[in-house]
Design a protein around this ligand. Sequence first.
Ligand SMILES: Cc1cc2nc3c(=O)[nH]c(=O)nc-3n(C[C@H](O)[C@H](O)[C@H](O)COP(=O)(O)OP(=O)(O)OC[C@H]3O[C@@H](n4cnc5c(N)ncnc54)[C@H](O)[C@@H]3O)c2cc1C
Length: 356
Amino acid sequence: MQDFDYIIIGGGCAGLSLAYSLEVNHKLRGKSLAIIEPREKYERDKSWSFWKTFEHGFDDCAKKSWTQFEIKTEKGTKSHSSSRYPYQCIDSGLFYEKILNTLKKNTNISFFKHKKDIGKNSSIIFNSVSDKQENNGKLWQHFQGYEIEVERDIFDDKILTLMDFNCDQKDSVHFFYLLPFSPKTALIETTWISRMDDARELNYSDQIHDYIKDVLKIGEYKINYSEIGKIPMFNTKNIKGDNIIQIGTAGGMTRLSTGYTFTNIQKQSSYIQKNIQSMNKLNNFSIRKKYQHLDNIFLSVLSNNSSKMIEVFYRMFGCKTDTIIKFLSEESTFSEDLAVIRSMPKKIFLSALVGK
Ligand SMILES: Cc1cc2nc3c(=O)[nH]c(=O)nc-3n(C[C@H](O)[C@H](O)[C@H](O)COP(=O)(O)OP(=O)(O)OC[C@H]3O[C@@H](n4cnc5c(N)ncnc54)[C@H](O)[C@@H]3O)c2cc1C
């Protein structure tokens, strides 16, 4: 059985991002890499969106970028505009294609379907697969989205709706997310933050259809694409061992309060490729402690006060545009952190802090 210098378990976003970063930065010269990925074929399965706060190298996989976004609540709409940090949506199909086309040119990179197909003696292993997660009362962000097409120009494709809270909350947090790709096409997602302890996820489809009909007032439309997912709002448990480095969601790259992961995966890949010679002796890349701490407080508030969360988001999005973006993208300064913290309702955040 063949042994490899490096093994990547899981050829999804993190596994492929790391392999690509190693390859284009010439870190695989004279080295062998095995990628273990069970899927039969790669096709678009996710739309990775985020505020672009740094060069990540995947602009050519973007479906669209926006400089304006808004959040909508019963109280009103908060609109924002930033040309410095556009909100970008990466098409995972284009991303997989770009990376695989590059990796296939290097004959030192091999693809396998199962771990049992390769030797693992003295390899450095990068693992992006979490142990199976039970729901057991933890918070998840769970959602389904349809990309729809209509015949007339209906969508304002200059502005995306980050959160529209004008929908049934069912004692948890629920909003619609709308990415208008063109005047005739948009991705519309029903998104919940809950413990997944009832059947909200069973009727995502009805929720989207009702929103399209009742809120967007669209009668006829065609569904061109669908995506479904759940993102843990807690740190996952993973296999441990010497020479095993966790990456991606399994490696703590998900910002627990928001689910944003794509940009952290790119930062982690860059960190690993720069330090590949000494990775088994170094600490892994992690989300900065201040954000981990603030997210824990935020999640504690969310767990105990789901009915107040619309107010929390509404206040937070009352901050300056670049302050919010930098805070949510882990690029904020101390004074920007303070501005976000000050915008929060004091009483519930103080009791969450004292309760810690
Ligand atoms: C539908 C969806 C939309 C998302 N949208 C956003 C977004 O807009 N912005 C954002 O920042 N984040 C988003 N996320 C969160 C996050 O960016 C993605 O989940 C991202 O794909 C995480 O990358 P990953 O490599 O950790 O996991 P994955 O991309 O899921 O990769 C894991 C890979 O491991 C493979 N695998 C599974 N079992 C095994 C096994 N036993 N052995 C080997 N391989 C295995 C899987 O087939 C998969 O290819 C989204 C998540 C989902 C599910």
